[in-house]
Design a binder for this molecule. Structure first.
Ligand code: F6P
Length: 342
């Protein structure tokens, strides 16, 4: 069989581990893998290279993607979907294996409806692809962000400061919640639930009146923040930092982690997940699957319809929100204690 392989959207640790597994298992079965550079754009422009086990040796541990990637959606470019189909036929491909987040896989789902055979693998540090419980890259990003929050904790304590750390997550708070709990953040602000700057400030004043001298807040880059009218402008982390400083009078510092969270070597768990997905992708191709998403459900890798990714993003489940809440500053307490309104 001839299999086209691509990585699209934002990169993440673990992509190379998946590429390695796909190529190795495919070659062992007598298949050929054609790697397309720069995601769907490379498919449209015919930017491809044959991949062999020899070429993909030693990449299990490396960050990024040897295939490169791009934020390119074929449905947003005239003639691009026809070009995808033309490449599929010209290269005599039997199937595409597509590693992507909701954008890349959303395009894959639409293309699959038009008859292009596609098996999808979910990857994004945001962990918010619908249909799967885990995406490649998330475990590593959580570890990276948690370590950064740990470091911010110690300098915050030394200076008696309120430290704000902004992590990635435009639409969901997976990374904020997981890294925040793991690193003992005192509050976590996410897109799924609105945080009021007034009540957060009151909670921190109350916490500091009770003896704490420093605190840490983790803010997702797409966090829903209320009461920020006077503080408009800048990133969500900046809005929270400014809002808390004005309302509490504490010294506040902001750290934006940015692309540090997407870089570097994958953790062992991400390597494992990526390897399982890569092997399962070739099995799915051999079984004649199409419009199929590989999903991690518990310890299993299962096949679900690729169309499942399309309605949007998977929010953080209530159980994790409840855990985060129980480990955060009690925002309802200040009023009960009769604290002065900020
Ligand atoms: O795709 C995941 C993500 O990491 C988001 O959390 C973040 O908003 C975005 O990528 C940043 O993308 P870019 O690297 O294109 O600026």
């Amino acid at each position: 069989m001839r299999i086209g392989l691509l990585t699209g959207g934002g990169d993440c640790p673990g992509l190379n581990a998946a590429i390695r597994a796909v190529v190795r298992v495919a070659q062992d079965s007598g298949d050929q893998v054609l790697g397309f550079r720069h995601g769907w754009r490379g498919v449209v422009e015919g930017e491809s290279t044959p991949l062999t086990t020899q070429q993909t040796k030693g990449i299990l541990q490396s960050g990024g993607t040897i295939l490169r990637t791009a934020r390119y959606h074929p449905y947003e470019h005239e003639g691009a979907t026809e070009a995808v189909r033309a490449t599929f036929e010209r290269e005599r491909l039997d199937c595409f294996v597509v590693l992507g987040g909701d954008g890349t896989l959303g395009a894959a789902a639409l293309l699959a409806e038009t008859g292009v055979r596609i098996v999808g693998i979910p990857k994004t540090i945001d962990n918010d692809v619908l249909g799967t419980e885990r995406c490649i890259g998330f475990a590593t990003a959580v570890a990276t962000a948690a370590e950064a929050v740990d470091r911010v904790h110690t300098t915050g304590e030394s200076h008696d400061r309120l430290m704000v750390v902004e992590v990635m997550g435009r639409s969901t708070g997976w990374l904020a919640v997981f890294s925040g709990i793991a690193a003992g953040a005192d509050a976590i602000c996410i897109p799924e639930q609105t945080t009021s700057l007034d009540s957060l400030s009151a909670a921190f004043r109350s916490r500091h009146e009770a003896g704490s001298t420093s605190s840490v807040v983790v803010v997702a880059e797409g966090a829903a923040i209320a009461g920020a009218e006077d503080d408009a402008g800048g990133t969500k982390g900046a809005i929270v930092a400014r809002g808390l400083e004005r309302r509490t009078g504490f010294e506040v510092r902001l750290t934006i982690l940015g692309h540090v969270q997407r870089g570097g070597e994958p953790t062992a768990l991400d390597r494992l997940l990526a390897t399982a997905f890569g092997v399962a992708a070739i099995d799915a191709v051999h079984d004649g699957c199409t419009a199929t998403l590989l999903a991690a459900i518990g310890e299993e890798t299962v096949r679900v319809p690729l169309g499942k990714v399309r309605p949007g993003r998977r929010p953080v489940p209530p159980s994790m929100l409840a855990l985060a809440k129980r480990m955060s500053v009690p925002r309802e307490v200040p009023q009960a204690l009769g604290c002065r309104a900020p």
